[in-house]
Design a protein around this ligand. Sequence first.
Ligand code: NAP
Ligand code: ZN
Ligand code: ZN
Length: 347
Amino acid sequence: MPINAKAYVVSSPTSDLGPGAVERRDPGDFDVLIAIRFTGICHSDIHAARGDWAGVKYPLVVGHEITGVVQATGRKVTSHSVGDRVGVGCFVDSCRECANCREEGQQYCLQGATSTYNSFGRDGLPTAGGYSTSIVVDENYVLSIPDGISLEAAAPLMCAGITMYSPLRQWRAGPRKRVAIIGMGGLGHIGVKIASAMGAEVTVLSQSLKKQEDALRHGAHRYYATSEATTFEYLKGQLDLIINTVSADIDMDAYLSLLSMGGTMVLVGLPSKPLSQRAWSLIGMRRNLTGSKMGGIRQTQEMLEFCAANGLGAEVEVIPAHQINQAFERVMASDVRYRFVIDADTF
Ligand code: NAP
Ligand code: ZN
Ligand code: ZN
């Protein structure tokens, strides 16, 4: 018998999200049925709901920062048990056979990973995300939430956390590495905490001085407002690694000029329009411009353990479901400290 879950649904790019329902498959042999407790509001949910990206199909249930408790398991499930605290991130399946899947980079699956929403599962059904009371996911794509992180603080780690952790590890954030985060929103604030826990020297580049105190509390060593021209003069050539979380059009050449020789800017923010930068901004100092998408399952579990060991979690504002539309507006206005998380009991 399929399971009927309550959900918040969006039916067009211009309509508000509202109460509805979603059908979940009956758990198969390898499936885990999760009673959702909390779901974070990622800016990607807003891009998807508003149709900023091509290929969005409505009606749509977004949400890929999910934590909850295992309610039932298929008879062959070995990695999770009823009552376990678990999480689900941006994808719920992948081919498991391609080179990238085999190397634990399921998010880069050559067949295309199955996104938690706006995709189709092996069962042929459209996937639906975490703005909902329950979800059924193959055990291999379900993470364990370590003791010591609350489920509300862990929810944003499932996307924002791993999206920052992965490039920080890949480009070796650590002692003596001068790391900057552009944009201190949902991704950015977790990036600051993680980079600082890795021992890096962390700079925040934010539009204004409004978040300065919070940034220092999150572990940043330096904070600059990008609205002040002196910031770019002062920091020229001073950074080894920049993680760019911004989804708006910014002056790429100005930010690239802050990199030292051989320094790297990693794009994680997803602007809907193409970016542009002068070739000389890279060539002049052999700088690198690259990008990074979430992280694989093993690395996501590693990130959760790292956060637990370092006492890290997202700083969240828990809201009831009926405030989702208002929360979307506030995220778009950069007015969130620092992640909205929906209490699933209120769907
Ligand atoms: P968010 O909470 O809205 O944070 C983005 C931050 O960017 C804002 O808080 C703001 O920080 C800064 N910002 C906003 N508008 C700006 C502008 N016009 N100029 C300069 N800075 C601006 O969003 P998020 O959830 O962190 O997501 C950020 C982006 O990453 C989104 O595009 C999302 O889709 C994408 N994303 C990518 C991945 C991936 O795998 N690559 C995963 C998740 C999300 P300040 O107030 O500090 O300036
Ligand atoms: Zn996300
Ligand atoms: Zn694959």
